[in-house]
Design a protein around this ligand. Structure first.
Ligand code: SAM
Ligand code: DTB
Ligand code: SF4
Length: 341
């Protein structure tokens, strides 16, 4: 088994990016097979529970009040609407329901309302995930007590490129939230966005930050920038798709036991590019016609792609949230010892 490391140097990560494409993908796929069923994909559905008018200035975001986008703001959704959406997602086959809010951080009152939403999702037998902005330790502990399974908070980019993207919260603020979530015992979902004009060195640097956290995030979303009209990032040169696949492969090699999620930006990708991402070690997607405010591929097209690739959706009973991959490794080892007996 490949060792789990937290001491990767930038030079080592850059060398992975520089490997010939076939060597990189072979290495990533080999590590993927040691840890996961290579034909299984985990699916999560997103819902924006509070949309727009966000005080932060994230340069990519449709929801920032600093960006002149065409997005209509919406108040916190009523619980019945959240429940209806979660039921719909469950009926469509999603196993995790992720709720996002356009906040810098939740107030304690907001948190109480969101906790009711988590309970609704849990009562439906789905895994719950939230992304609400920054959290302090007390809030993180409260969410853990409410039964929350995952908290998403992305590093977004490298520490070096960060100031080109966001000025209203620091990179260290993000690390602090991740630590609070981790210390509360909630599973961590953290990744970033590529295609914002950053260099390959920045991609390596962002992944280095993720891999050198005390524990690797259980989920690592890799988003391709969705270019939203009215944001400073709109009109950015399109990223070479090969470089996107390389980033997925490097994430897989660095974090062998984490779910690597092929996240935003799939509407811009061909089926073949998505298939390459799965080969490079992606094993999770956002499923459903909408992300938070922008389009995602049609759910039926995704099911069709999964079928054409001979892949299958992860069932909740296949999942061991705290150690997704050791469970698969154990099954494989048991199978090996049975075969040799
Ligand atoms: N407001 C909270 C926050 O920023 O932490 C939660 C919601 S925010 C929309 C969650 C993440 O979505 C961002 O950190 C970013 O990585 C991703 N995201 C937002 N807009 C995006 C876009 N246009 N393209 C790609 N990813 C995007
Ligand atoms: C993540 O890494 N990607 C998701 C989720 N975490 C919350 C959000 C993508 C948002 C894409 C733009 C939008 O739909 O507003
Ligand atoms: Fe607000 Fe989150 Fe969008 Fe940044 S990414 S503007 S914090 S909703």
């Amino acid at each position: 088994m490949t060792a789990i490391r937290h001491d990767w140097s930038k030079q080592e990560i850059n060398s992975l990016f520089e490997l010939p494409f076939n060597d990189l993908l072979f290495k990533a796929q080999t590590i993927h097979r040691e840890n996961f069923d290579p034909n299984q994909v985990q699916i999560s559905t997103l819902l924006s529970v509070k949309t727009g008018a966000c005080p932060e200035d994230c340069g990519y975001c449709s929801q920032s009040s600093k960006n002149d986008t065409e997005l209509e703001r919406e108040k916190l959704l009523p619980l019945v609407e959240v429940k209806a959406n979660a039921e719909k997602a469950k009926a469509a086959g999603a196993t995790r329901f992720c709720m996002g809010a356009a906040w810098r951080n939740p107030t304690d009152k907001n948190l109480d309302t969101v906790i009711e939403m988590v309970k609704v999702v849990k009562d439906l037998g789905m895994e719950s995930c939230l992304t609400l902005g920054m959290l302090n330790q007390r809030q993180s502990n409260k969410l853990k007590e409410s039964g929350l399974d995952y908290y998403n908070h992305n590093l977004d980019t490298s520490p070096e490129f960060y100031g080109n993207v966001i000025t209203t919260r620091t990179f260290q603020d993000r690390l602090d939230t991740l630590k609070n979530v981790r210390d509360a015992g909630i599973n961590v979902c953290s990744g970033g966005i590529i295609g914002m004009g950053e260099s390959e060195n920045d991609r390596a640097s962002m992944l280095q930050q993720l891999v050198n956290l005390e524990k690797h995030p259980e989920s690592v979303p890799i988003n391709l920038l969705v270019q939203v009209k009215g944001t400073p990032m709109f009109g950015q040169d399109k990223l070479d798709g090969i470089n996107f696949v390389r980033t997925i492969a490097v994430a897989r090699i660095l974090m062998p036991e984490s779910f690597v999620r092929l996240s935003a930006g799939r509407t811009e990708m061909s089926d073949e590019q998505q298939a390459l991402c799965f080969f490079a070690g992606a094993n999770s997607i956002f499923y459903g016609d909408k992300l938070l405010t922008t389009d995602n591929p049609d759910a039926n097209d995704d099911l069709d792609l999964i079928r054409r690739l001979g892949m299958h959706i992860q069932k909740l009973e296949d999942n061991n949230t705290n150690s997704p991959c050791s469970s698969f490794a154990e099954i494989k080892n048991e199978t090996r010892s049975e075969a040799s007996a």
